[in-house]
Design a protein around this ligand. Structure first.
Ligand code: SF4
Length: 63
C-alpha cells in the first residue's frame, strides 16, 4: 500500500497526523500534511485507512 496527500486539497486540519503520526507529518508553518514515506508499513495500514476516511478535504489517497 502506498499513500499520498494532495497538497492542493490539504487544508491543514491535522487529523491525519493525530491518527497516524508515523505516516503523516505537518509543516511547521502552515500545518499542511505530507507523507513521511509513501510506502505504508503493514502495521500502519489500518490507521492510514482511518485517516483517508477522516480527512475532511479528501486529500489523502492510497494506491
Ligand atoms: S486531514 Fe486532510 S486536510 Fe487535514 S492535514 Fe491531513 S491531509 Fe490535510
Amino acid at each position: 500500500m502506498k499513500v499520498r496527500v494532495d497538497p492542493e486539497l490539504c487544508q491543514g486540519h491535522t487529523l491525519c497526523n493525530m491518527i497516524a503520526p508515523q505516516v503523516f507529518e505537518l509543516d511547521e508553518i502552515d500545518g499542511h500534511s505530507r507523507v513521511v514515506d509513501e510506502d505504508v508499513p503493514a502495521g500502519e495500514r489500518a490507521r492510514v485507512a482511518e485517516a483517508v476516511r477522516s480527512c475532511p478535504e479528501r486529500a489523502i489517497s492510497t494506491f
